[in-house]
Write a protein that binds this ligand. Structure first.
Ligand code: ADP
Ligand code: MG
Length: 703
């Protein structure tokens, strides 16, 4: 690939800001704001989706349906057709063929420009049809106008922001943006980029590509200009994470060490009804080592559903309390928090620990008591939901914050818990837990500033879960199977579909299934659980199910995370085709927690379609083929792509706009290696680079 032309548009000096506050924004200006296109750098990084070729004229005989073409010819027929839709029909003849132009709205002036005999140039998408080639509302110019010298970019936009306005504004941004290069040229060669592909050159090219470029390399982003942009973006991401890692290393945290033989830690370990697995021992050691240091820990604990993360959290908490500090455990839902609370109380209360409890649904009096326990430090461990991070909550001396299912929380919430440490000069240690393993490439890019501990084995004695995909037409057989399980004293989960648009529909579905199962299983207590129920009612239903009195629990996806009922051996998921792969895996993880053989039935319905869609089939197939959380995560990433994969769990966090960590693994690797070099040897360039790409928004994943 040849290097880009070294020309650049004349750089006009930055205009003084003037008194802009007085002027109200125009529609397009508001739309620009909405897209976040404020600074010149934002504008120049708003890259085209695709291009149109207005640099040449084509002959109608060479045009194919679907082409966006520019043609010149003579108007040979024009009429306004009335009746139905009033429309202007014009026939254009360019000597090689004819094309019908249709206009549904038009001014008299346009009609005049399209009069028979006129020579015109039109540009638009060509459609076929039984009247021959047609263009709807093409752009019309007089014939012989100057041709464009570069491909015309088409930008992502929103209503009220016309392409032409956006193009002008972006070109203006290109002229104004200050784009000195921040990557020393010798490093570009490592990724096969000619040193002339400076950032400025790459951007100029992407906004105004020369007509001889291969459109394919622009479209699939393999063109050097695109490579440069992606490399830049990945470098910014790596730099910012490295910066935050380093700045964290300069912070102080309470050193939580010194567990003796009679420590809470040792006593808890001895009292557990099971032995830790080797993987649990390893991650416990990693965490203990971290929190014993006077530097804040920032660790992600990942482990498949049922891998036993709770006990690891409890042991970390014990070490914290041994050192005389408080620990908080925050869970995303009330049900999950309740379960954690019950478990931790059962483990720790006999050892003399006071565990406090905070949720949104708490009675005022209970809440007041809890707040007092927390503020005085009498409660060394606090379990709860978001209620933990409200202003009123004052910890006595919080040193360890544990966040379960961390991806369910926003960055602000994670930061808030971290900020709860009363003593300003100290930061708490942070342990985040997740049952959704993060594939390696994503971990390397998005979580580069985190330390990761992985529980990669399940506790012994679990029997593998057999997964079956069953057509909803055979629902009766599934219900018969439920009866068998109930007779054997087992319990069953039945999860109803997620219909994103409508909670009401979700509910109707769950209610109908609940009624059907209640009728089909006389003498069995069938419960219903959904997100609209008041918390107390939810708790009551859960209590019956956990206690074993309830045989079947029909629910919407509220049970998705964390519920632990070892006696449950069958999971039925209705309309499984509507669930995401990770979610299916999480749901399936609710069974197979005891020694009994467990099964998961994925009921699917195709609706009016003859068969399931491709992606849905892939997901169900993956569920049957593997129960390994890492393999599931990898396939999920493959099916959905990183944007969506991360999007679900990182809403509001930094996403890569241009690079794709899977496709651009080579560039990611390069960025990882270069980040520390740049930070050490060219700190000013590194600073400038991060500022340019991330502006002020560098705190996303550092929470
Ligand atoms: P998750 O990692 O999904 O949060 P939990 O912490 O809820 O998993 O653990 C799942 C179940 O396994 C719980 O009942 C827990 O007490 C049990 N468990 C945890 N570790 C072990 C172990 N080493 N041996 C046996 N059972 C264990
Ligand atoms: Mg858990």
């Amino acid at each position: 690939m040849r290097p880009p032309p070294a020309t650049s548009p004349a750089t006009s000096p930055a205009k003084p800001p003037g008194n802009q506050a007085a002027k109200p924004l125009t529609g397009p200006q508001k739309a620009l704001r909405k897209l976040g296109l404020v600074r010149p750098i934002d504008l120049v990084l708003h890259l085209p989706l695709r291009y149109e070729d207005e640099t040449r004229l084509v002959k109608l005989r060479d045009v194919r349906e679907g082409d966006v073409a520019q043609v010149e010819g003579r108007v040979v027929h024009a009429e306004v057709k009335l009746g139905g839709h009033r429309q202007l029909l014009v026939t254009l003849d360019d000597g090689s063929g004819t094309c019908l132009l249709r206009f549904f709205s038009f001014y008299p002036s346009q009609q005049k420009a399209l009069a028979v005999g006129n020579l015109i140039r039109v540009q638009g998408e060509v459609r076929g049809g039984f009247v021959g080639l047609t263009m709807m509302h093409p752009v019309v110019k007089p014939a012989g106008a100057e041709l464009a010298t570069a491909l015309t970019p088409v930008y992502p936009t929103v209503a009220g922001l016309p392409q032409s306005y956006l193009r002008r504004t972006v070109q203006g941004g290109l002229a104004r943006a200050d784009l000195p290069d921040t990557v020393p040229a010798q490093y570009l060669q490592e990724i096969g980029l000619h040193p002339s592909w400076q950032l400025r050159q790459a951007l100029l090219f992407l906004h105004n590509p020369t007509p001889d470029v291969s459109l394919d390399t622009l479209q699939d982003h393999s063109h050097p200009a695109w490579q440069r942009l992606k490399a830049e973006e990945l470098l910014a991401q790596q730099l910012s994470q490295l910066q935050s890692r380093r700045s964290r290393a300069r912070l102080r945290a309470p050193a939580l060490n010194g567990a003796g033989a009679d420590s809470l830690f040792e006593r808890l370990l001895a009292a557990l009804p099971f032995q830790l697995t080797a993987a649990q021992q390893r991650v416990v050691a990693e965490i203990r080592h971290d929190i014993a240091r006077a530097v804040p820990m920032h660790r992600l604990l990942q482990g498949d559903v049922g891998a036993g993360k709770t006990v690891v959290a409890a042991l970390a908490a014990a070490q914290c309390m041994d050192a005389g500090w408080q620990c908080a455990l925050m869970a995303p839902t009330e049900i999950l928090a309740t379960q954690h609370f019950a478990k931790l109380v059962a483990w720790l209360q006999p050892l003399g620990v006071t565990v406090a409890w905070l949720t949104g649904s708490q009675k005022t009096k209970e809440r007041r008591d809890m707040l007092a326990l927390i503020a005085s430090g009498q409660a060394a461990l606090v379990v709860g939901t978001h209620a933990l991070i409200q202003d009123k909550v004052q910890f006595h001396n919080l040193a360890l914050a544990i966040i379960d299912e961390q991806h369910r929380f926003g960055v602000a919430q994670r930061l808030a818990l971290r900020d709860k440490l009363g003593r300003q000069e100290l930061e708490p240690h942070l342990l985040m837990m997740t049952a959704t393993p993060i594939p390696r490439t994503l971990a390397m890019s998005y979580y580069a500033d985190l330390d990761v501990s992985t529980i990669d084995e399940l506790p012994p004695g679990r029997t593998p879960i057999v997964t079956k995909v069953v057509n909803d037409a055979r629902r009766d057989e599934v219900i018969a199977r439920i009866s068998d399980q109930l007779v054997q004293g087992r319990q069953i989960y039945w999860v109803c579909p997620l219909i994103e648009e409508s909670e009401a529909l979700d509910l109707r579905n769950a209610t109908a299934t609940h009624a059907q199962l209640s009728a089909a299983l006389p003498g069995v207590l069938v419960g219903l659980l959904h997100s609209r129920m008041p918390p107390l009612e939810k708790k009551a239903v859960m209590r019956l199910f956990v206690g074993g009195q309830m045989g079947v629990l029909v629910s919407t996806t509220v049970i998705e995370v964390g519920v632990d009922v070892p006696n449950a051996s069958l999971m039925v998921i209705e309309h499984a085709e509507r669930f995401g792969l990770s979610q299916l895996h999480q749901l399936r993880g609710r069974v197979g927690r005891g020694a009994a053989a467990s099964a998961c039935v994925l009921l699917y319905a195709t609706g009016d379609a003859p068969r399931l869609g491709e992606a849905a089939r892939e997901r169900l197939k993956a569920m049957v083929q593997t129960s390994d959380g890492f393999e599931i995560a990898r396939r999920d990433l493959e099916i959905r792509g990183p944007g969506e994969f991360m999007g679900a769990r990182q809403s509001g966090d930094a996403m890569l706009r241009f690079a794709d960590v899977t496709e651009d693994a080579r560039l990611l690797d390069w960025a990882r290696r270069l980040a520390p070099v740049l930070l050490d040897q060219y700190p000013a360039l590194a600073e400038q680079h991060v500022l340019r790409w991330l502006g002020g928004k560098t705190d996303y994943l550092n929470a």
